[in-house]
Design a protein around this ligand. Structure first.
Ligand code: CA
Length: 155
């Protein structure tokens, strides 16, 4: 096999034909999380949740609107399109799967930060494999216990 190594940026560029950047994914995931409780989210609410300026949110919402992922209505009201909901559901599931995996293998610190970083670079097939592994451990608690003992003895 030829050398297929790239820098991280190189890999990101390869993915850029998808046109969905990590920042866009963070927005869609957050809007989707919120949509499970409320019908819409306001720009200033989103700015608070993501710790960014309202002006940045407005700019991003316009980009997401151009990709037909969100509707931007009057008074700073944002909702997801059906395409946006589908993506949001996928992104939230991906986040939960990675977070659960890190928890299961015994990560104690910075689980959220690590999840936030990993989620943007991981392959969908790998996420699926992690989900299967999570389910395997949860359905076979005895094996998880054996793993935990093995882990504790090898620290
Ligand atoms: Ca996330």
């Amino acid at each position: 096999m030829k050398n297929k190594f790239h820098t991280v940026r190189g890999y990101e560029l390869q993915n850029s034909q998808k046109k969905i950047t990590p920042a866009m994914e963070d927005y869609i995931e957050m809007i989707y999380r919120n949509s499970l409780d409320e019908d819409f989210i306001r720009v200033n609410q989103l700015a608070k949740l993501l710790n960014v300026k309202s002006s940045s949110v407005t700019k991003m919402i316009q980009k997401l609107g151009a990709l037909e992922l969100v509707n931007y209505e009057k008074y700073g009201v944002v909702t997801l399109t059906s395409k946006g909901k589908k993506l949001g559901s996928h992104l939230l599931k991906r986040h939960i799967t990675i977070e659960k995996f890190l928890d299961l293998i015994g990560c104690k610190e910075n689980i959220l930060i690590q999840t936030e970083l990993i989620e943007h670079i991981i392959d969908n097939k790998t996420v699926k494999a992690l989900e299967t592994l999570n389910n395997f451990f949860l359905n076979h608690k005895n094996i998880l216990e054996i793993y935990n003992i093995f882990k504790d003895n090898n620290l």
